[in-house]
Design a protein around this ligand. Structure first.
Ligand code: SAH
Length: 295
């Protein structure tokens, strides 16, 4: 297994968000932090080596790449942002041979809202009451989530979009067979404990590491240059579920869902590049853009 020093230096070159999007709370995990968490997960708990891993909100990929370098089996990275996914793809291509991480475009928050009932109670927490997906007969429960042994996530902390942290956690617990590693602000420790065990039915939820997180001022709304945030790393065991055994209907549906959601990454990269070019050309001149016929 790769030594921590080596892993950290391997992760130094992983590119971070070139244009971080504030509403998606895009903050890349530092190589030091990623190393700490992955090493703990691998050595202390045996959750990485030869395990399938999902990186929820993969961003530019430092956690997924780290997991792969630590000997994970199949690694799947999910994100709602095409630009992040294509930067992630570029990071994977830096390695020789290219690291194999499957990337899928997915709006985790939208999915959990649509297909799970986790937010039915505690309505004082959220003031939007659009029931558009409720159809009068409650939310659908038949969604087949992608599954992995281990889910790692540095989720949005919910400072821009209220409840995003818990929505991510709920989705992570749907996807994990064995363990979820998730980062949450230390100030929300009691709340997370309660949510994980009471609301989401975790078998166990423990803070396994505490970190100080220097958030650089990449967005205008922080007044200081660097803000320190205290962050807990949680290890959460979801409730025992039946393992998919490889030949039941669920597998069919799961594969179909993935196919529906997966947009070919090459296409994603193309359209991201196109948009960048368009952006550039509309900046340079007002009227000379050669508009492409997509729609
Ligand atoms: N895992 C990366 C990025 C963490 S930042 C790292 O550790 O460096 C949080 C990530 O969650 C961003 O990449 C952001 O695009 C993604 N994200 C935010 N909202 C999302 C949503 N609704 N569905 C899926 N991904 C989302």
């Amino acid at each position: 297994m790769m030594k921590p020093k080596r892993l950290e230096s391997e992760l130094q070159d992983v590119g971070t968000f070139s244009h971080p999007k504030q509403n998606l709370e895009q903050y890349a995990t530092t190589p030091a932090l990623a190393t700490k968490v992955l090493h703990l997960a691998a050595v202390e708990f045996g959750d990485i080596e030869d395990k399938s891993v999902i990186d929820l909100g993969v961003g530019t990929g430092v956690l997924a790449i780290g997991a792969k370098l630590m000997g994970a089996g199949h690694v799947l990275g999910l994100d709602v942002d095409v630009d992040a996914l294509s930067e992630c793809k570029e990071n994977l291509e830096m390695y020789e041979p290219e690291l194999e991480v499957e990337l899928v475009l997915m709006d985790v928050i939208e999915l959990i809202r649509r297909y799970d009932d986790y937010d039915e109670e505690e309505s004082d927490e959220s003031d939007d009451d659009d029931d558009d997906n409720n159809n009068g007969d409650g939310k659908r429960k038949d969604y087949v989530w992608p599954k992995a042994d281990t889910v790692v996530t540095n989720p949005p902390f919910g400072t821009r979009r209220k409840g995003a942290d818990v929505a991510f956690l709920a989705a992570a617990m749907k996807m994990a067979e064995t363990a979820v590693y998730s980062f949450h602000k230390t100030s929300t420790r009691e709340y997370i404990q309660k949510v994980a065990t009471k609301k989401l039915g975790a078998k166990s939820a423990k803070v396994v590491a505490e970190m100080k997180y220097g958030l650089k001022n990449q967005y205008g709304h922080h007044r200081k240059d660097e803000v320190e945030v205290f962050v807990d790393v949680w290890r959460i065991e979801p409730t025992c579920k039946m393992k998919r055994d490889g030949n039941n209907d669920e597998d069919e549906i799961f594969e179909q869902n993935l196919r529906d959601l997966a947009t070919n990454i090459e296409e994603l990269q193309l359209s991201a590049r196109e948009r960048k070019d368009k952006h550039r050309s509309s900046k340079n001149s007002n009227n000379t853009s050669n508009t492409s016929n997509r729609r």
